[in-house]
Design a protein around this ligand. Structure first.
Ligand SMILES: [Zn+2]
Length: 88
């Protein structure tokens, strides 16, 4: 599995954030002065999730700048139906 702490990823992430300054999920500007891992702080999202296409992890065209909050929120409300039963 690809590693997002790698040098290769950091380089790509820096490049995406240098080229894009608007969150592709909500359309609002990314706050580059926000504290790390806060709602409006910069992060880089994968259009096709890494678990679907791990080979596209380092593909520039599969990466978009996004707020940290929008990025993690997207993962939580993934439209894929949950298969875990919660009827108990
Ligand atoms: Zn956003």
């Amino acid at each position: 599995m690809s590693d997002l702490s790698s040098h290769q990823w950091r380089k790509l992430r820096d490049r995406v954030l240098a080229e894009e300054s608007v969150c592709w999920l909500c359309g609002l500007p990314i706050r580059f002065d926000a504290p790390p891992c806060s709602t409006y702080s910069p992060s880089v999202d994968h259009i096709i999730p890494r678990d679907e296409r791990p080979d596209l992890t380092y593909d520039r065209d599969n990466c978009r700048a996004a707020h940290f909050g929008c990025n993690s929120g997207r993962r939580e409300r993934d439209p894929v139906p949950m298969r875990k039963s919660r009827y108990w």
